[in-house]
Write a protein that binds this ligand. Structure first.
Ligand SMILES: [Cu+2]
Length: 134
């Protein structure tokens, strides 16, 4: 999957002003079988990003989580995180051009992959990953 943003050319708009949907996450593939999944994230953007895996509650769509005063969502219940440049698991964020990875065991269900750096979720950094039964 990839985590991207539009690069320096699009950074105007004042403090925190990234605008809507100028950052994105894309999962390839977006549907995987249950069991052990290796998540590999390439940061194609100009900013540092991360990817956190959260279960998607029934009836809830991606992008619907409320953001707090710091522009972050509640990441309680996270099942895994890839945020270490050129490494596995949790780190200080994925530098531009770097790859991060993590290995998860996911039961069937719907998941939301998010970047929870301040303001990034609001800017569109979320995508759905569906896990199917065998
Ligand atoms: Cu981000």
């Amino acid at each position: 999957m990839t985590a991207g943003d539009m690069g320096q050319g699009m950074m105007g708009g004042g403090p925190g002003g990234y605008g809507m949907r100028m950052m994105r996450l894309a999962a390839h593939p977006a549907v995987v079988p249950s069991g052990v999944t290796s998540l590999r994230v390439l940061n194609t953007g100009a900013l540092t990003h991360e990817v956190i895996v959260l279960p998607l509650p029934p009836g809830q769509g991606i992008g619907e989580r409320p953001t707090g005063p710091h522009g972050k969502i509640d990441e309680a219940g996270s099942l895994g995180e890839a945020s270490r440049s050129c490494g596995a698991g949790t780190g200080d964020g994925i530098a531009p051009g770097a790859t991060a990875w993590t290995t998860l065991t996911l039961p069937p269900g719907r998941y939301e992959l998010v970047c929870n750096l301040p303001g990034h979720y609001m800017a569109g950094m979320y995508t759905e990953l569906d896990v199917t039964g065998k």
